[in-house]
Design a protein around this ligand. Structure first.
Ligand code: SME
Length: 145
């Protein structure tokens, strides 16, 4: 099924991204709940377990990326009032939306233990990854109909 194939892609991707990039200390997916698109639900991740399993789109850096409809980079989470803490070690964060047919369906969230870990190269690369995830879903959607 689409959901099963996408879950495999997500599992593979978080493992690969987290293993290859030592600054990427927590790597995970949050996808909008299909039955309540006001809530992001934690998907496959690598890193310390988080208590933020469901995040309303009105909250957190994760919610901000959906609300703004664009990538959000926080150089220093301690000075951002939107930040929802997962780990006391986290210093910076990037959240990149994933779109299916132009509509945001989820996001990739990455935390670093290093301040200001995410620059324009990280952003470009992760936006490419997000585009691949979106295209995967689009392709699967088409081949299912
Ligand atoms: N820091 C996020 C919450 C998710 S954890 O980083 C895994 C936020 O502010 O939305």
């Amino acid at each position: 099924t689409i959901a099963k194939d996408f879950a495999s892609l997500q599992e593979f991707s978080v493992a690969l991204i987290a293993e290859r990039l030592p600054n990427y200390n927590w790597v995970g997916f949050y996808m909008l709940d299909p039955s309540d698109d006001g809530v992001l639900v934690l998907g496959p991740f690598r890193g310390a377990p988080t208590e933020h399993i469901r995040i309303p789109v009105t909250q957190g850096i994760c919610g901000a990326a959906v609300a703004q409809g664009e990538t959000v980079i926080v150089e220093d989470v301690s000075s951002d009032p939107r930040y929802l803490s997962c780990s006391i070690d986290t210093k910076s964060e990037i959240v990149v939306p994933i779109r299916l047919n132009g509509k945001i369906v989820g996001e990739i969230d990455i935390d670093s233990h290093t301040l200001n870990a995410f620059g324009s190269a990280d952003r470009t690369c992760l936006e490419e990854c997000a585009a691949v995830f979106g295209q995967f879903l689009e392709h699967k959607e088409k081949s299912a109909t």
